[in-house]
Write a protein that binds this ligand. Structure first.
Ligand code: SF4
Ligand code: ZN
Ligand code: ZN
Length: 314
């Protein structure tokens, strides 16, 4: 007898979800992911009537899947506006492909796109920053991640959004937790939330894919024919993230479901840290640029200072 999907009992299965034991056909797999994202949005009250959601879109699989799922949700909900924002880091040969993919995908879905670059915002391209940094201790991804968070905020402000959606998936969230744990940065562990607003009236940050496995997002993109960037960032191998990703994937292979359990634990720990360290985590304004910050000088200004070209001799 021919095997059929465990949900609809009709179509042939195309995906084996090993943590639940389900075999799903294409239609049931896609709708299960759509529903999961909708559930995450509802659980954290991420979006409400009247919101303008800016989706940070890099051109990778996660951000294009998020754009596609959110577009259906926004169209069905009415009263919600949506934009895409893309940041050009200034990495030769890498960003060009993704900018083309994002532009084509956004025009197909009829989503307005705004592109801002590190160069216009911070006066430095990533390629230059890599030459100007004093040592490899200041890693590519810590420079880039710091600039990107700020650039996304600025792009969202530019399009007058009040919500920023990023495409962090469940794997990203655990990796970030472990990076902070291994580097002794307990405060940062407290910042990790699926949905957050630091103060009333501040930009809300949401992560609608934060409960979805990375592997399922890739499969969703492939099944839906969503194009995504294949090119790897040339600076990626400086990050410990890749080693942690491999370690977690090996664990998941041997113990299906362990990543989801770990994710739940990281979220609980994050809440405990936030509640415990409440007063340490109060945000003020950076003395240099005036933007939201937890210390006297924000990390963007600190990095810009470090990356200043040396004065010419004489
Ligand atoms: Fe930036 Fe690192 Fe991502 Fe490359 S891998 S785009 S350097 S954060
Ligand atoms: Zn089915
Ligand atoms: Zn600053």
């Amino acid at each position: 007898m021919k095997e059929t999907c465990n949900k609809c009992s009709r179509n042939p299965p195309v995906y084996f979800r090993d943590y639940s034991g389900e075999r799903l056909c294409k239609k049931c797999f896609l709708s299960s992911l759509d529903r999961k994202v909708q559930r995450t949005i509802n659980k954290f009250s991420m979006i409400k009537y009247g919101d303008h959601v800016a989706v940070a879109t890099s051109g990778g699989k996660d951000s294009l899947v998020l754009l596609s799922i959110l577009k259906s949700i926004v169209d069905a909900a009415k009263g919600i506006t949506m934009s895409a924002i893309t940041i050009d880091e200034g990495i030769s040969g890498y960003r060009d492909e993704s900018l083309r993919i994002v532009s084509e995908f956004c025009s197909k879905l009829e989503i307005p796109l705004t592109i801002l670059s590190y160069n216009e915002l911070f006066g430095t391209r990533m390629d230059e920053a890599m030459k100007l940094r004093p040592s490899a201790k200041l890693t590519s991804c810590s420079i880039c991640g710091t600039f990107r968070r700020r650039a996304i905020d600025m792009a969202a402000e530019k399009v007058r959004a009040n919500v920023v959606a990023t495409a962090h998936n469940l794997d990203d969230e655990i990796q970030t937790f472990m990076i902070n744990l291994l580097s002794g940065d307990v405060n940062r562990i407290g910042w990790n939330q699926a949905s957050s607003t630091y103060k009333e009236g501040y930009m809300k940050k949401i992560k609608p894919l934060s409960e979805i496995y990375e592997r399922e997002i890739v499969f969703y993109a492939l099944q839906k024919g969503i194009p995504f960037q294949g090119e790897e960032c040339p600076y990626t191998n400086e990050s410990i993230r890749e080693e942690i990703r491999q370690f977690l994937n090996d664990l998941e292979k041997a113990h299906p479901g362990i990543k989801y359990n770990t994710y739940k634990s990281t979220m609980d720990i994050s809440t405990l840290v936030r509640n415990r360290r409440g007063s340490d985590m109060v945000r003020g304004a950076c003395q240099k640029c005036g933007r939201d910050c937890t210390e006297q000088i924000c990390s963007v200004c600190k990095i810009q200072e470090i990356l200043k070209p040396a004065d010419p001799p004489g």
